[in-house]
Design a binder for this molecule. Structure first.
Ligand code: ZN
Length: 117
């Protein structure tokens, strides 16, 4: 897994990696979200190991851990509208502004990247 992280970073030629500062537990979450959380890699230091591989390959990367408390993940980055994220719509959800269907993971990544621009 660290090799995959390093591969994605190096191939994107990124100088900075912004990650959500999350500490999630699946207990108490709705079934679909709990399943999604339980399938996420839980190995501590995974990202850091990937960054060590990047540096060893001549591609040093700055790591920024962004608190999710300060970001509005319901905001559609393309139009500024609100993403209507209800149970069962974890990956794709409608935007209330124009009714377009939003890839919520891509939207979150764009939002995270925007903090360093
Ligand atoms: Zn929209």
């Amino acid at each position: 897994m660290p090799q995959a992280i390093a591969s994605v970073i190096i191939s994107s030629n990124a100088a900075t990696l912004v990650v959500e500062d999350l500490k999630l537990k699946s207990r108490g979450l709705p079934t679909g979200l709990a399943k999604a959380v339980s399938t996420m890699p839980q190995q501590p230091g995974l990202v850091e190991q990937g960054l060590v591989i990047c540096e060893a390959n001549g591609h040093p990367v700055q790591l920024v851990r962004q608190s999710t408390q300060t970001l509005n993940f319901k905001m559609h980055t393309e139009c500024g509208g609100t993403i209507d994220r209800i149970i069962g719509q974890w990956d794709h959800a409608p935007c209330l502004q124009y009714g377009d269907r939003v890839n919520t993971h891509r939207n979150a990544a764009i939002l995270l990247a925007s903090i360093i621009q």
